[in-house]
Design a protein around this ligand. Structure first.
Ligand code: SF4
Length: 199
């Protein structure tokens, strides 16, 4: 199983293939690998011990960050994620980021954002659209229209618990007026908007 892989100066951790969205643009539709990785479909979800053992093959000082991203939604495995992040922070100052769809509180049935404090530096939430209707049409969340307001609330609650919270949209998929709305939304909750390139 591929538990970790490298993208540029980041070590990416593949915790799960579960996801509460079925985005029409999801990279997982196009094959089992990204950025030259091995197959990212997991036979089963790894334990924290297995991931930490796999991380031993890297010299952390050679990298800029560790990213919980995976081939799925990492907050589906929040306890494993936090256990790994705490173990990394206990021995290294390397930056830790979570790339998430922002459904973590819905998935776990509680506010998980206080768990990030002191162990996760950056929370990057895929906002994708400027309104709930477009979000449902493109991302097909299992939580329905509630998912959009919930992900904004998740980002807002993350602000006091992380060093930085980013909302992201994909360049060229939104008109300028929608990007302006997303930017205003990000600012209103203390987050930053990132317009990322289409890959
Ligand atoms: S949230 Fe991410 S992993 Fe989940 S379906 Fe969308 S693009 Fe794929």
């Amino acid at each position: 199983m591929t538990l970790t892989y490298v993208v540029n100066k980041g070590i990416y951790i593949n915790l799960t293939n579960r996801c509460s969205n079925s985005c029409e643009f999801c990279i997982r539709q196009y094959g089992p690998t990204v950025y030259g990785s091995e197959n990212l479909w997991l036979e089963r979800e790894p334990t924290a011990e297995e991931v930490l053992a796999d991380l031993e093959k890297y010299k952390l000082e050679d990298y800029e960050e560790i990213v919980f991203c995976g081939y799925g939604e990492p907050t589906e495995c929040i306890d494993t994620l936090i256990e790994i992040a705490k173990a990394i922070k206990a021995k290294s100052n390397i930056q830790i980021r979570i790339n998430t769809n922002g459904h973590g509180n819905l998935i776990n049935g509680k506010d998980i954002t206080p768990m990030f404090r002191g162990v996760v530096d950056i929370i990057s939430v895929s906002l994708n659209t400027a309104n709930a209707e477009d979000y449902v049409r493109i991302c097909h969340p299992e939580f329905g229209e509630e998912a959009y307001s919930a992900l904004i609330e998740f980002a807002k609650l993350s602000v006091p618990n992380a060093k930085k919270v980013v909302l992201s949209v994909v360049e060229s998929t939104l008109p300028d007026e929608d990007i302006a709305k997303c930017d205003a939304l990000a600012k209103s909750i203390g987050a930053t908007l990132r317009v990322r390139p289409f890959e």
